[in-house]
Design a binder for this molecule. Structure first.
Ligand code: KDG
Length: 330
């Protein structure tokens, strides 16, 4: 095996996340904890913990927060050697405001960030060197016209080079208009092999339809696998040959839903990338079910911890949980 072989490359904006320590109202909370966030780096960490070699690409400010992004990712075993630094723009930050009900609200401070200045002429072929798969989300294209063009260019380059590509629309309404979001996200779907929308994102993209109609419509756009998150109902997967439903895993203590979709993506990809040959011939029902079950498990685990990715399991933990064994803890 070559040294520079990586299973997955991902590109996106990573930020420093401040969350209120007591989960109180944001404006009066005196204490904050600081951590890393960013959909693509959440997936990178999830996959790395599951034993995959992952390379994260992004632009960071030449500031201490940029350093923290790199040291956290490197500490999680993610290759950050291709990350870019911008001496003229900052690393972005964002705040989570926990609610007594529903999802936390998020407040971004990311306009003009180093990552938002990503442009197509910065895309470098060496980012994909030794890699089998590219994972991107709809967040980077939402940062601006140049970032959208850069993501498109990288997806096209990956396909040209024979990598498989996954795409999570990760709709973030605070970042762009509905029209722009719908048009751009729909235009990127044909460039991926694995598409992972949530049911609400599917409705946003295609209008109200039956769940199975969404699956067929997305498959007709080009992806070989559509894996749809159904929240508390688990998930459903579609290929040209099969439709598979997977039961959810119970959530015993719901703490923080942000990052659950990224956890789902990590779980799904970790199984599908172990079955690469099936990706070209057609993922079988059993493999798809296993991928969805692991995705559901990771999604449920992510919601039971504060933070986007801190609760994600290692491969050994997944095997223990799915094998129904008791963990030896002391
Ligand atoms: O999916 C989790 C992300 O939403 C979070 O980490 C922050 O990347 C982020 C974003 O843009 O919302």
């Amino acid at each position: 095996m070559q040294d520079n072989k990586v299973d997955v490359v991902t590109l996106g904006e990573s930020m420093i996340l401040f969350q209120s320590y007591n989960q109180g109202a944001l404006q009066y909370e005196p204490l904050f904890t600081k951590s890393l966030a960013g959909a693509e780096s959440n997936v990178a960490i999830g996959l790395s913990r599951l034993g995959k070699k992952v390379r994260w690409i992004g632009r960071l400010g030449s500031d201490p927060f940029g350093d923290l992004v790199l040291t956290t990712l490197a500490g999680e075993g993610v290759d950050v050697s291709h990350a870019l630094r911008d001496p003229e723009a900052p690393t972005a930050v964002y705040f989570k405001d926990f609610k007594r009900y529903g999802d936390p609200a998020v407040y971004y401070y990311r306009k003009g960030s180093a990552a938002s200045r990503l442009a197509p002429d910065m895309i470098d072929e060496t980012w994909l060197q030794g890699a089998g798969h590219l994972h991107v989300t709809g967040i980077t294209p939402a940062l601006g016209e140049h970032t959208a063009a850069a993501v498109r260019k990288l997806m096209e380059l990956a396909r040209e080079k024979g990598l498989t590509v996954s795409f999570d629309p990760n709709l973030r309404r605070k970042l762009w208009s509905e029209e722009q979001a719908r048009e751009t996200l729909l235009s990127l779907i044909p460039l991926c092999d694995i598409f992972m929308p949530g049911d609400e994102e599917a409705e946003f993209l295609l209008g109200p339809q039956e769940i199975e109609a969404y699956g067929r419509a997305f498959l007709d756009m080009g992806p070989k696998v559509v894996a749809m998150k159904l929240g508390a109902e688990g998930s459903i997967g579609f290929t040209q040959k099969t439709v598979v439903r997977a039961e959810p895993f119970p959530v015993e203590r719901l703490i923080d839903t942000v990052g659950a979709g990224d956890a789902f993506a990590s779980g799904l990809l970790s199984v599908l990338l172990d079955r690469r040959e099936e990706l070209s011939t057609g993922i079988g029902e059993e493999s798809l079910h296993e991928a969805l079950r692991r995705a559901n498990l990771l999604g449920s685990m992510a919601t039971q911890f504060k933070g986007d990715w801190e609760g994600l399991p290692t491969l050994a933990e997944v095997q223990t949980i799915q094998g129904g064994q008791k963990q030896v803890t002391r």
